[in-house]
Design a binder for this molecule. Structure first.
Ligand SMILES: NC(=O)c1ccc[n+]([C@@H]2O[C@H](COP(=O)([O-])OP(=O)(O)OC[C@H]3O[C@@H](n4cnc5c(N)ncnc54)[C@H](O)[C@@H]3O)[C@@H](O)[C@H]2O)c1
Length: 378
């Protein structure tokens, strides 16, 4: 299959390498010569490292390189069957690109965006024959994260969704179908992991090290919320939160936190700048948290996550199976949140949420109709 990737930054290069690994021919286009130079160096380093670790034989690395070609004109993509865009996260720039592109490629070519937060329907509107347009949202790093969210626009032909799913699954990706709503599945459901944890430190209930320890040891998460935010980068994480909140017409549940905004303003973006919530290099201290406090903090965060997952189910943002896969394969949660809710008991989850709602009087703690429905309260 002839695939094109537009933009060869973090995501574009990963996506191009992934498809070339699975024997597709991939053309790469980026508007910046410097970005192309950097991507070539990064690709070579990545392949060299795989070969030296014994994960890839040298001959396969050479063959993979031969399947990749670097083009400097959009016109060179005219014979492609699938084009995946991974350029700057800006609606107008992406729309302009897709508008030009849909005049260049043939009418059968599938056009896809890797956007994290822009409406797929709005992007499809810029395309001639928008029924062949959809979102394909890969996770970073592309080679390590199995999940891809497929997001049909309001205009997308269901056949294109099926075709795309088949292509992705043939390259060992796990593809889930998500509704075109802000944050899709993963970035929407995961919001409370960050926002509720920040709220707890803002209220002085616990320290960041304590919450990280609790979520790792009691919850079984690979990374606590603060170490994870530092890893993702506060510029990226804050921007996703802000966009999701804005796109939901300023819904209280998705409100960003001032603490994270200040980190961005200070340039304390996390690991990549040497300072975020933690200062790096960071040695994890030995943390002991009283069992009762640990349970109460874990419950507060996990119940907020479960609430969001049941809301997503109630609003049919994805099938039950896809919602579970999305959280376990897209952000490595130890369990699917729907089954985690059942394990804790949905009546008890509702009780925790109701207590929070009663105490704070804020909409963010309202129990989802998704949970109420399961409890046959609706
Ligand atoms: N980084 C992540 O963790 C992540 C995860 C999932 C999705 N995304 C999404 O993927 C997309 C790319 O993100 P990234 O982190 O790889 O960005 P990046 O900044 O690393 O790379 C973007 C590349 O696009 C190129 N570019 C910009 N405008 C262009 C244009 N008009 N035509 C051609 N090339 C152009 C730039 O030169 C750059 O090389 C964004 O939409 C982002 O929201 C990012």
């Amino acid at each position: 299959m002839n695939i094109a990737v537009i933009g060869c930054g973090t995501m574009g290069l990963g996506i191009a390498q992934h498809f070339a690994h699975y024997e597709h021919f991939v053309k790469i286009f980026d508007q910046s010569d410097q970005a192309v130079q950097n991507a070539r160096v990064k690709l070579k380093a990545s392949l060299d490292s795989l070969v030296s670790k014994g994960s890839l034989i040298d001959q396969h690395a050479q063959e993979l390189l031969q399947r990749l070609s670097w083009v400097n004109q959009l016109d060179a993509l005219s014979d492609c069957d699938l084009v995946i865009e991974a350029i700057i996260e800006n609606k107008e720039i992406k729309q302009a690109l897709f508008s030009s592109l849909s005049e260049i490629v043939n009418s059968e070519c599938i056009l896809a965006s890797n956007t994290s937060s822009i409406s797929i329907t709005a992007l499809a509107a810029s395309v001639r024959q928008p029924e062949r347009f959809l979102g394909v949202h890969f996770f970073n790093p592309v080679h390590a994260m199995k999940l891809v969210e497929i997001i049909p626009a309001m205009q997308t032909d269901p056949m294109i969704v099926t075709q795309c799913k088949t292509i992705l699954e043939s390259t060992q990706k796990i593809a889930v179908v998500a509704k075109d709503c802000p944050g899709f599945i993963v970035n929407r459901i995961a919001r409370p992991y960050y926002s509720e944890s920040i709220r707890i430190i803002e209220e002085g209930i616990a320290r960041i090290e304590e919450i990280d320890e609790i979520m790792r040891t009691v919850g079984g998460f690979r990374m606590g919320p603060f170490e994870l935010m530092d890893f993702i980068g506060h510029d990226v994480n804050y921007s996703v939160t802000e966009i999701v909140w804005r796109e939901f017409f300023f819904e209280d549940r998705f409100k960003p936190s001032l603490t994270q905004k200040k980190l961005v303003e200070a340039g304390y973006l996390g690991r990549k700048t040497g300072r975020g919530f933690y200062t790096y290099p960071y040695e994890k201290p030995q943390i002991i948290v009283a069992a009762e406090k640990a349970q109460s903090i874990f419950r507060r965060v996990i119940c907020m996550l479960i609430n969001e997952a049941y809301d997503a189910l109630y609003l049919s943002l994805g099938s039950e199976q896809d919602l579970e896969l999305a959280m376990t394969k897209g952000v490595n949660y130890p369990k699917g949140l729907l089954s985690w809710g059942k394990e804790l008991g949905l009546a008890s989850v509702k009780q925790t949420l109701d207590q929070l709602y009663e105490f704070y009087g804020e909409d963010r703690y309202r129990c989802s109709p998704g949970i109420r429905k399961q409890l046959e309260l609706l």
